[in-house]
Ligand binder design. Structure first.
Ligand code: ADP
Length: 584
């Protein structure tokens, strides 16, 4: 599956055609000095496509690197006009990057309108950061108003190298605590705890954290204020100072390039030695901090230009990590070379409890993988059609007689809000269920009234109440257990009526024709449960022209599949196209 990967910077464009499965690069091109040599991003894209897209090359889609996804985007996302507008709106948070990303997306969509375009965000991998790591200690009002929090960057790289490390260690990512050190021109560290990013050194912008080529990384905010006052700097000048004139360049006074710094330091240049010391010290500090955050560490990964190539910096960073069980093998470190062929090399000793690894990052591959995943999902959904899921919490249907017994003579049910199936509504009225063992208070009544009372609860509720209810279709309460209901005006003991609703799908005749099923068929439905995928069997199909396409699950079922609001299910496919796996 070939994906065109587009990485649009403010004045440069990197584009490559990547095989999403293997990561092998079929073709690539880099266009620099946009605005000078080429007039704009559209022209750059045009140039790039001319040299990349040759006869016989079939692209399946385009993956765009987007730096800032804000609160909105926590995974690779199919691009439409609305998504483009949202990325553009995030420009405030990433003024240097997002506008160029949007330019690239616009130009590529115009040039390749027939292809699916996917945005892959730098921030998305860190959307799992817990609140305690996300928040700055500033007034909540201001933070909320402007989206000020820690987002983190280099997501595709951290995610990618963590996954490669897990493969190398032949251990599932969900069992590993990994510290990934992405050390390039921009540098960041991430704590990847059991597959999820729980801390990372970059924050609202890519300025926080490690010492970088030209960025300061961490600095006392008070120092910024002080410098601005003393030097008479305005915001733009301060921005320039911290983003472009600091870091290795600022410390060394000569270069932002680690190779130059190392060379000069070896010759005895004091500022360059200092630059190396500060860089390494900050990195070691973060490694220790992240081990503390995760309560230990199983692997430390070095990646990107410096991480992959600088044996000296790895040596410095890995000093005195014995307390973490990490021991560097100096020979292996000196000899370590990674490339596409052998992307992982271990540089820890055999006795090291924590593995030290050099891993070749491949952001283009990570972006291609992300885009391919979205494209495959889209194809699947288009040929299958998804079924909206509705979660039914425990509820009660009542006869008019029961309503009056519980809420007073002449009482009519009052609408709280309409629910998805036409004519049905949740009522303001609630009752308590009095079970043999325990009670459940405040159970919602659903209207309108029915010919028989019916109490629909989950298996967990049954254990709580101390009764054993059968799984039944709605309306079939014969020989089911009874229960006592308590309302504000009275108590009612039923001899039958408690059931667990059989899982079912409501659909219209057109839906049934599309899926190739009939009323009362029993089918299977597959749910992508975000780590708890599940195929539900024994799902009853109910067809009626007044129904809305929807599958109903009770709370136990929904929780078992990690169903969240707005999620959808897929009728399981058999060989020939969109048929269900049929049981009856
Ligand atoms: P970017 O963030 O621009 O993708 P890279 O990941 O390519 O950056 O990393 C660039 C950094 O890697 C530079 O500081 C460069 O000096 C450093 N680097 C590359 N090769 C070596 C090397 N052999 N020894 C030390 N540093 C190196």
């Amino acid at each position: 599956m070939l994906i065109l990967v587009v990485n649009c910077g403010s004045s440069s464009l990197k584009a490559s055609v990547v095989d999403a499965a293997s990561g092998s690069v079929v073709a690539k091109v880099k266009i620099e000095r946009i605005g000078e040599v080429v007039p704009d991003h559209a022209a750059a894209i045009e140039h790039a496509l001319e040299s990349l897209v040759t006869d016989g090359l079939t692209l399946r889609g385009v993956g765009h690197r987007v730096v800032h996804g804000g609160e909105e985007f926590s995974r690779p996302t199919l691009i439409d006009d609305e998504v483009v507008a949202k990325i553009e709106a995030l420009t405030e948070l990433a003024p240097l990057h997002n506008p160029a990303n949007v330019e690239g997306i616009r130009a590529a969509r115009a040039a390749l309108p027939e292809l699916t375009h996917v945005a892959v965000f730098d921030t998305a991998f860190h959307s799992t950061l817990p609140n305690r790591a996300k928040h700055y200690a500033i007034p909540g009002e201001i933070a909320q108003k402007h989206g000020i929090r820690r987002y983190g960057f280099h997501g595709p790289s951290h995610g990618y190298v963590a996954a490669r490390a897990a493969e190398f260690l032949e251990t599932d990512l969900s069992e590993l605590r990994i510290i990934t050190c992405h050390l390039g021109n921009g540098s960041s560290v991430a704590a990847v705890e059991y597959g999820r990013s729980v801390e990372t050194s970059m924050g609202l912008t890519p300025l926080e954290g490690l010492v970088m080529g030209t960025r300061s990384g961490d600095i006392d905010p008070g120092a910024m204020l002080h410098i601005a006052r003393k030097e008479g700097l305005d915001f733009d000048a301060l921005d320039k100072l911290l983003n472009r004139e600091s870091g290795l360049r600022g410390l060394s006074g000569v270069s932002n390039d680690m190779r130059d710094i190392e060379e000069r330091a070896a010759e005895g240049d004091a500022p360059c030695r200092m630059a190396l010391n500060v860089f390494a010290h900050r990195l070691r500090k973060y490694i220790g901090a992240y081990a503390a955050v995760m309560g230990g560490v199983d692997a430390i990964v070095f990646t990107a230009g410096i991480g992959e190539n600088s044996a000296l910096m790895r040596h410095r960073a890995a000093q005195r990590l014995d307390y973490l069980g990490a021991r560097i093998d100096e020979d292996a470190n000196r000899d370590a070379r990674v490339d596409a062929e052998s992307p992982v090399v271990e540089i820890s000793t055999r006795r090291s409890r924590c593995s030290l690894l050099v891993v070749a990052t491949n952001e283009a591959h990570a972006i291609a993988e992300g885009a391919a995943h979205v494209i495959l999902d889209k194809d699947r959904v288009e040929t299958n059609r998804v079924i909206p899921l509705a979660i039914s919490a425990r509820h009660v249907h009542l006869t008019q007689e029961a309503v009056e017994g519980l809420f007073g003579e002449g009482h009519q049910l009052t609408v709280h809000k309409m629910i998805s199936q036409p004519g049905q509504f949740a009522c303001i009225e609630k009752v308590d269920l009095i079970g043999p063992k325990r009670n459940i208070e405040g159970v919602r009544v659903l209207g309108p009234t029915r010919k028989a009372c019916q109490i629909e609860i989950s298996r967990t509720d049954e254990f709580h109440l101390g009764l054993d209810a059968p799984i039944r279709n709605s309306g079939d309460v014969k020989n089911s257990p009874g229960i006592t209901l308590q309302g504000p005006k009275g108590r009612l003991t039923l001899t039958e009526g408690v059931i667990q609703a059989r899982r079912h799908i409501h659909m219209q005749p057109e839906d049934a024709a599309f899926f190739g099923v009939e009323d009362r068929d029993v089918v299977e439905v597959e749910i992508d449960g975000g780590g708890r995928d599940l195929v539900f069997g024994d799902v009853l199909v109910r067809v009626k022209s007044s129904y809305l396409l929807e599958m109903h699950l009770d709370t136990d079922e929904a929780n078992a599949a990690n169903v969240v609001r707005g999620q959808e299910g897929l009728l399981v496919q058999t060989g020939e196209g969109v048929r269900l796996r049929r049981k009856n």
